[in-house]
Design a protein around this ligand. Sequence first.
Ligand code: VG1
Ligand code: CO
Length: 693
Amino acid sequence: MAVELRLTTSKPASFYLRAARSFLEGVPAKDDKAAKPPVDTVTLTALGNAISVACFIGGTLEKEGLATIASVRTKWTSVAGPMKHTPNITVVLKRKAAEKALSGSLAVTNESTSPIEGQKPGTSGLRKKTKVFMGKNYLENFVQSTFDALKATGVPVEGGTIVIGGDGRYFNKDATQLIAKMSVANGVKTIWMGNDALLSTPAASAVIRTREGGFVPFGAFILSASHNPGGLDEDFGIKFNCENGGPAPEKVTEKIFENTTKISEYKICKGFPTIDLTTKGTYVVEGKIRVDVFDCAEDHVGLLMKVFDFEAIKKLIARKDFSMVYDSMNGVQGPYARRVFIDELGAPESVLMNAVPKEDFGGKDTPSHGHADPNLTYAVELVQKMGTNKTGEKVGSGDGVPEFGAAADGDADRNMILGKQWFVSPSDSLAIIAANAGCIPYFKEGLKGCARSMPTSGALDLVAKKKKIPCFVVPTGWKFFGNLMDSGDERYFPDSDIYTPFLCGEESFGTGSSHVREKDGMWAVLAWLQILASKNQDESKPLVSVEQITKDHWKVYGRNYYCRYDYEGVSSESASTMMKNLIEKLPTLKGTEMKGMKFESAENFEYNDPVDKSVSSNQGVQICFTDGSRIIFRLSGTGSAGATIRLYLEKYEKPSGNLDLSQFEVVKPLAELALELSDLSNLTGRNEPTVIT
Ligand code: VG1
Ligand code: CO
């Protein structure tokens, strides 16, 4: 456990000393109060005159032998008032009794290696078959190439702190230990790891941004292939997140890739001990390298408790007419779900489904076939429980069906939202959260900006327009939201306009905000629960359901009927040919007609980042029609073999129009047009998509 104590001059130093001491020693049970276990890390932060208090407490507790001062950092922070800036100190204390001395050798060896083809990171890191990753030097080459790229761009790797963790899939633990050995060889002094080598993607981001006062690590290696099945014969992946907690931007991933094509040696401390990840605490290796193993959920859940009003959500959950289930799909989310729903919100155990992380996410014999992918196709168990079929239509009478259901993917950055016999499409979910943002404490001053990926439906744009806030359209992949969320931040873009607090999302079941720099599956679920809580404060009135909230939204904004077809496992050659032909055709389309539909525009999407002015081209083919409909083609960047073509279809219906049709039926004519235009079936040999979401 870790806690932060914010020291002020309004209370005497002795008060804080007692508080710090009782955290480090723990408190025995007394009367009806349960015992509090000791806390391993106490972070003291102080401004101005309180700085001396922090030094006094740190010094005293170290002298007493209760704690070690692990680090002292000073910086200038901006404050309101005439001073504008004030000095700030962060003193990190580690409980002495939780420190374990470990021996080993810190000798560095340079192992020779040679480039391995195909190490180009995709939409979200590098993903390949697990056996490929386990092959000689594969992981080593990528990790060393990353360190080299960081060092070349001035990132303080030497003496720095790194975070390592993953989604718990097969090879996660071994990879974590290997990266630890390589990190030390590359000059890292402190390693932070979640227990059992677990860290969800949003949690890794939260650890970077908040642990020990925030922004201590220079980055994180996250071991995940997201929802791709795990196992020896399935997929593995790795991505690097930077010191802002967000996925490495293209300029970094390009440098990493370039390094992988030239690498000749990697550094490793072969004698660095294997760390026991099952026991939380601090390991001090040879008196020099600190390894902190901490509860994977504590930082993330701590942050979420500041973003949301947990008390209000607790009341909703306690309502007799409210019930919910949450499917962690045997990915990394289980421990987080337990902490949030059971420990903090007081929900019954029955809320949790598949809450034990497994190396194969349950494997082939489970209803999801090991695809920890929260959508109508793969989250079979949850979808059944919620009384719908895989096209989101109502099945059965609805008796006994919970009011709310949700799921996460393998690395817990995705979410699916369901009501009783009701599916909320991710694009709608994003728009509905935007429309109701005011009930979330983090947004109470109002949203300053929002964004969606290009293929995500335009439902968000309609809300932004009404609220008069900027709405950006970025390429697919969370890394493109990063600069917008760092806008106006003194560390990165002090002179840009400020768009935070910021809300963003993708059609691919990803939603999040500027509280971290990753999409956040738990955040989206809590956002929905907060909305439900705010609409259901009076227990004597009937429950306002998820279905009702969605329909009310459509009545105001209209409905963006939306659907995505995936053609998985097609040959890379045929997929590129199709895209190439399509791109060539684009300039001839505007103003012409096909199947009674008139082309309004046709482009190969290019993004001009408004914050750092970088340009990303070739981000998908977007074709718009005069009636407001859209079709988009792009190639997936997350597969581990072959190619996946994604076809996105959208048709807008005004508030006065028919809002109650099936989205899958409404977009069918658009799909037919798209298939004819692209000649997809002839070129790839595919008539039907493999997955429809
Ligand atoms: C897919 C989604 C994209 C998402 C990415 C990573 O990418 O379409 O929206 O950001 O996965 O999500 P692609 O290139 O396959 O379309 V995750 O949860 O897989 O890390
Ligand atoms: Co994911």
